[in-house]
Write a protein that binds this ligand. Structure first.
Ligand code: ATP
Ligand code: MG
Length: 549
């Protein structure tokens, strides 16, 4: 599709290319911290970072932003790599910020030697208190004017493990009166004895994000460091580091609005809580907005990329309707999936005038385009239909089954309802009907019109299945300031045991289908040969398209 308008990031990049007379080699990076799984918000960042590199014949690295040992793990590194690749992106290099610790240390020494960093003995609370407020300047640290020699000595001894955790920090020497609080002598190194998943116990000092990130970008020759809006106020510090350390590269930071979506949360910290508190079955629970969860649910990379394209990039935060993502996947699946018949809340339909012990194979369309062809489904005297397709007292315009009513059974015959049976509680268990042999689909005489067409499966020749019907994780109370734990939707998973036509037993894990009149489903990893499990990806009704007509 021809692009109509450039987004603001593309405009910045094109301008930079022009100003360099085309000499600049565009390099971007996607820098997740390996402390959780990627979510749909990260997918947006991935599309932007990789998209810019691709559009301008540049490169994009996948970089683990792993400078904080506390919550990082190789387990997440592997999950992140898998998710990025699954989304359809090839990274040029796989990088680890932790591999740059030595260079970061050396550059801190450079800053000390330039008189631009000092070791401070104040504790965290004291530093916080002396930072000032938006209206008042901060107070300079009494350690601010230590000599370069003393600072070098102390910083080396910090590294050597001579001081307790928290006893000292290294701070940039910038301006305690800056209107930007991030510039008030920010901490750039802290002492922390904690094993790092990659560097083990090599280090007991770790760099802070605002110092580490620009150096990571410089080492990788990143030209455009694209991040989300909350870093806008940190950009002066980013630029300060770029200006003052001794590395040639001059990357620039560009911020865009993060993705927020209705009916879900989009932060690893909260998603981890859902996992840890067993509110969901894991990071890849099909209700999770994680890439792994969406994949398991049955979302396709194409649908997710299409969604990211449609929401675009902007400079102000907004909330995107979850229904838009569903619209994208529905559109993609409509073109890709074959149709099958499945019954989730079964009642028996007995065709009293159909010969006992007879089975016939009927031809039905697979859906999609004509290349998808047809398949055979078995039909006999006893079928299953959806319980809601029969009513004892139907309202007007109920074009399904009731005593005296007629429907067509999909790809089969027209049947007329003659009666029903109930259990002790009054629930309908069996519906009786008679069929008209002249109305077989595809035969002359089959053109008799009835208003309703029902799907069904042959009760004598079908596959019992488990259907997992998912709803949103959170209820609709957006923006009321409620903690997400108060909004958890307790009915976000409904399990149904039902039946699908026999051919479903050939499906592989990961195969998706449209179960006609019900929705799109994907065969789940929990499936066994006795109990195939199908996740509902989305229903058929497109609420987004309706609202946006
Ligand atoms: P979270 O708050 O979920 O932990 P994060 O920003 O801490 O997210 P990182 O692993 O640091 O997660 O993020 C990697 C990249 O993805 C960053 O550039 C970040 O700006 C971007 N990103 C994270 N969340 C979103 C989002 N909701 N929309 C767009 N980009 C995002
Ligand atoms: Mg982060």
């Amino acid at each position: 599709m021809e692009e109509i308008r450039k987004n603001f990031i593309q405009e910045i990049v094109e301008n930079d290319i022009k100003e360099s007379d085309g000499k600049i080699n565009i390099v971007t990076r996607f820098p997740p911290e390996p402390n959780g799984y990627l979510h749909i918000g990260h997918a947006k960042a991935i599309c932007v970072d990789f998209g810019i590199a691709k559009k301008y014949n540049g490169k994009c690295n996948l970089r683990m932003d792993d400078t904080n040992p506390a919550k990082e793990d190789n387990f997440y590194v592997e999950a992140i790599k898998k998710d990025v690749e699954w989304l359809g992106f090839k990274y040029d290099e796989l990088c680890y910020a932790a591999d740059y610790f030595e260079e970061m240390f050396n550059q801190a020494v450079v800053l000390i030697k330039k008189g631009l960093a000092f070791v401070c003995d104040m504790n965290a609370d004291e530093i916080k208190e002396s930072r000032g407020t938006l209206t008042e300047p901060g107070v300079e640290s009494p350690y601010r004017n230590r000599s370069i020699e003393e600072n070098l000595d102390l910083f080396n001894r910090m590294r050597a493990g001579e001081f307790e955790d928290g006893a000292k920090v290294l701070r940039a020497k910038i301006d305690m009166a800056s209107p930007n609080i991030n510039m008030r002598d920010p901490i750039i190194y802290r002492i922390l004895r904690m094993e790092h998943y990659r560097t083990g116990n090599d280090w007991c000092i770790y760099p802070m994000y605002d110092y580490a990130h620009p150096i990571e970008d410089m080492i990788e020759n990143v030209t455009h460091s694209i991040c989300t809006l909350e870093f806008e106020d940190h950009r002066p510090l980013y630029d300060w580091v770029v200006q003052n350390v001794d590395i040639q590269a001059k990357p620039r930071q560009i911020e865009f609005a993060r993705l927020n979506m209705t009916r879900t949360i989009m932060s690893k910290r909260y998603l981890k809580r859902l996992v840890d508190e067993n509110s969901v079955a894991g990071w890849d629970d099909p209700r999770m907005p994680t890439i792994a969860g969406l994949r398991r649910r049955g979302y396709t990379p194409e649908a997710i990329r299409d969604f990211c394209d449609r929401i675009g990039v902007a400079k102000s935060n907004s909330l995107v309707e979850a229904a838009l993502l569903e619209h994208c996947v529905r559109e993609d699946l409509a073109a890709k999936t074959q149709r099958r018949m499945a019954i989730m809340d079964a009642i028996k339909l007995v065709i009293d005038n159909y010969p006992e012990n007879e089975t016939e194979m009927l031809t039905t369309e697979n859906g999609g385009d004509e290349t998808c062809g047809t398949r055979e489904v078995s039909f006999s005297r006893e079928l299953y239909i959806q319980s809601e397709d029969f009513m004892i007292d139907p309202p007007k315009k109920f074009f399904r089954l009731f005593v005296g009513g007629e429907v067509r059974l999909k790809s089969a015959y027209i049947v007329k309802c003659t009666g029903y049976e109930t259990d002790e509680q009054g629930n309908v268990t069996v519906v009786h009907c008679e069929y008209d042999p002249e109305t077989k689909s595809g035969m002359s005489g089959a053109d008799r019109k009835v208003k309703g067409t029902l799907h069904w499966v042959d009760a004598n020749n079908c596959t019992p299945c488990e259907f997992r019907l998912y709803d949103y994780l959170l209820d609709e109370r957006e923006g009321e300031g409620l903690d997400f734990s108060e909004r958890v939707n307790n009915d976000s998973l409904i399990v149904k045991n039902g039946f699908a036509e026999k051919s479903i037993s050939d499906a592989n894990i990961g195969d998706s289908f449209q179960f006609i009149r019900v929705g799109y489903f994907r065969k789940d990893e929990d499936s066994t040969s006795e109990n195939p499990v199908f996740n509902r990806i989305v229903g058929l009704r497109d609420t987004w398209a309706k609202l946006n007509k």
